[in-house]
Each structure stands twice: as structure tokens, then as C-alpha cells.
Design a protein around this ligand. Structure first.
Ligand code: PMV
Length: 372
């Protein structure tokens, strides 16, 4: 059922000529994890993430108005015709990406029926190394949804409400990949209904309006590339395994509670308390994978070696550096920028040797989608 709030604007005037638009969207790293969903990309628990600024997808959308040959094939958007598009990554055709994008277009078409009126070329590239184990679906679908929504705003003959625009962009991005909903704005985004966040809902993410200590607005995320191979189990398979998981209900409840704890700690500026909750969340996510049926492991020996070193360094130096993990073997190191001069030499000396080819990415919290 369509959500009236996001139905297309009646004041749209579609262009008669071809054109292009380019946007960038960042990846994000969840502090409280989304793992488990109901049909329609509805999360089983609320999540919260830092928006990043260096790990980006840049997408150029080129459109050409479709010439219709018969009245029966009117571009009314309500017919079932699939959207006409081609996808290129780094300038090379990538037909293997088409099925996911086709599913996305099918899901969003009732909210953007005009996509059926054009032939699309999607050109996309990532700033992070291909196959680095960093999920590109969050930044990728945020960029695609953002480009489409910039076009909708451009073609709208009346003023567009920026709050509603951001909500619809996040709503559409969510239909591509759940976590993409949180890449639209920054620096801290929440998604999913939660009693401590009165404006929260399951359909789109928003930037936190809660009181958060300034230290958290200037955080580093150094991504240690432990394993740059393809993920052995996709996140959609992982989400599905939560359906019959023996600990699922406890996990969803734990995430809700961790979100409450984290918001309170972040309001107080408690960086050490933050470390405890964030690390528990990362390990709980992986515990779900290790205890599902079938079970699987995404951590590698060096993931664990890094985790132990992080805990040792924090204890020895009283520096609030902590780790978190995505659905993969890479480790995200989170710490206040003010400690970079102490943390970076240690990363180079102790942690880089545990990374594949000694590689890591220096990122920090950022602001989300940008039109170029
Ligand atoms: O957006 P998806 O369906 O790829 O799920 C991502 C889930 C995690 O990255 C593991 C956690 C999260 O909240 O981002």
C-alpha cells in the first residue's frame, strides 16, 4: 500500500530534453545495529549510526525522455513496465548489478512514477577500494535515491519542503538497502521506532535532534581492512536468518535498551561509556551470526587480534578508542579527533601489520548526501 505522504508531487513538469545530475553519498557505521527485518524493509529494532565522509559513492544519472509508440504504453507510471536503465561502475557496464536496482525501481515506482518516462544511464564509482569489504549498498542506494529526488525537486514547479524532501529521500533509499536510509544526512542518524526518540519511525531515518555532547560531532573512524574479499554470507541472508533465530527477541530488546543507554551517554559526553555499549553491539551482531542455523563466522583471526589490542591500548592509556564491526571482518576504530596524534602512531605500528597489505582508511563523521 502506498504511503500518501510520499506520493509524487502533482506539480511536476517533466523535461523534454536529456540531462544529467551527479551526487555523492557516504557510507555509515552503525553504533547500535540493525539486524533482522520484516517485509517491506521494516527494521525489527531501532538503530543509530555515524554518517561518514570519505567512503563515498558518486553517482551520475543521465536521463533521456522515452518516446512512446502507442497510447496503450502511456508513461502514466501505473503500468507494470520495467524501468529502462543501464548501470556502469567505473565506466564499465555491470549487468550483474541490474537485478538489485530493478527491484529497487519496482519498489519505488509508486512514489516516483515518472522514472518510467525516461531511459536511464547510471554511472557510479566508489572512493573506497573495490572489494575492500566495505558495504557499498548503503552509499550506493543513498546516492541513487538522492539523485532521483534532486531531479524530482528540480522538476517541481512549486517550492519543495526540505524536511519532507530529506524524509522521502531516506524513505526511498531504505527500499534499496535498509542501512542506506541513514546515509542521507549526518552526523548522527537514527532509524526505527524507539520510545526515547519521539519522532522516530520505521520508514525513514533522521538526524538526531537529541542533545549530544560536541565531542561526538568530531569523531574519527579508521577502517582497518582486515579482509578485502567478497563477503561469504550476504546481509540479506543474514537478516533472514534472524526469523527463526533462538535469541532474536532478546537481541531486538537488547538493541532497544542499548540505544537508550547510548543516547544518555552521548548526551553526557561519556566517551568511555560509549566504548562499552558500541563494542557490545558489535559483538552481539556477530554473536547472532555465530548462533544462527546455519551458523557462520565473518570475523577473521586478525579481527580478534585487533579487538584484543584495542582493549589493551584503551586500558593502558585511558584513551576512549573502541572498535565496531559491520557484517564483515574489517574493524572500525572510533575515537575523538583530539586523540588522533596518540592513536595514529599506534595504528601504524601495531594494527596496520594486521591488515591486508597494511591498508586502512582514515574517515570521520560527516554530513550525508551532496549534489555536485
Ligand atoms: O542495509 P543492509 O540490509 O545491508 O543491512 C546492514 C546491517 C549492518 O550493516 C550489519 C548493521 C547496520 O545497522 O548498518
Amino acid at each position: 500500500m502506498a504511503l500518501d505522504l510520499f506520493l509524487p508531487l502533482p506539480e511536476l513538469e517533466l523535461p523534454k530534453n536529456s540531462g544529467t545530475i551527479t551526487v555523492t553519498a557516504p557510507s555509515n557505521i552503525a553504533l547500535v545495529k540493525y539486524w533482522g527485518k520484516s517485509q517491506g524493509q521494516i527494521p525489527k529494532n531501532a538503530s543509530i549510526s555515524f554518517t561518514l565522509s570519505q567512503c563515498l559513492t558518486q553517482t551520475t544519472l543521465s536521463y533521456t525522455p522515452l518516446i512512446r509508440s502507442s497510447a496503450a504504453d502511456k508513461p502514466d507510471g501505473n503500468n507494470e513496465t520495467t524501468v529502462n536503465f543501464q548501470v556502469f561502475v567505473d565506466g564499465e557496464p555491470k549487468p550483474e548489478f541490474a537485478p538489485k536496482i530493478e527491484t529497487f525501481f519496482k519498489r519505488i515506482k509508486e512514489y516516483t512514477p515518472w522514472i518510467g518516462s525516461f531511459i536511464w544511464r547510471i554511472d557510479t564509482e566508489n572512493t573506497f577500494p573495490h572489494g575492500s569489504g566495505i558495504a557499498s549498498s548503503a552509499s550506493g542506494f543513498a546516492a541513487l535515491a538522492g539523485a532521483l529526488m534532486h531531479l524530482e525537486a528540480l522538476w517541481c514547479t512549486s517550492d519543495v519542503d526540505p524536511v519532507k524532501w530529506a524524509q522521502k529521500t531516506s524513505f526511498l533509499a531504505r527500499l534499496g538497502s535498509g542501512s542506506a536510509a541513514r546515509s542521507i544526512q549526518g552526523p548522527l542518524m537514527y532509524w526505527g521506532q524507539h520510545p526515547d526518540l519521539p519522532a522516530s519511525n520505521d520508514l525513514w531515518a533522521q538526524a538526531t535532534e537529541q542533545e549530544i555532547a560536541p565531542v561526538f560531532m568530531d569523531y574519527k573512524d579508521t577502517i582497518l581492512l582486515v579482509d578485502q574479499g567478497e563477503k561469504e554470507v550476504s546481509s540479506s541472508v543474514g537478516h533472514n536468518l534472524m526469523h527463526d533465530h533462538p535469541f532474536a527477541l532478546q537481541r531486538f530488546e537488547q538493541a532497544q535498551q542499548n540505544l537508550s543507554k547510548l543516547l544518555a551517554l552521548m548526551a553526557k559526553g561519556d566517551t568511555h561509556g560509549f566504548c562499552q555499549v558500541v563494542e557490545t553491539e558489535a559483538l552481539s551482531l556477530h554473536a547472532m551470526m555465530m548462533t544462527s542455523n546455519p551458523s557462520y563466522l565473518l570475523m577473521k583471526p586478525n579481527t580478534l587480534a585487533i579487538i584484543e589490542k584495542v582493549r589493551g591500548f584503551r586500558q593502558a592509556n585511558n584513551i576512549p578508542v573502541c572498535f565496531t564491526l559491520d557484517a564483515g571482518a574489517n574493524v572500525h576504530l572510533l575515537y575523538p579527533s583530539a586523540f588522533t596524534h596518540k592513536v595514529m602512531p599506534w595504528i601504524q605500528k601495531e594494527l596496520a601489520p594486521l591488515c591486508q597489505e597494511g591498508q586502512f582508511i582514515e574517515d570521520q563523521v560527516g554530513q550525508g548526501l551532496k549534489k555536485l
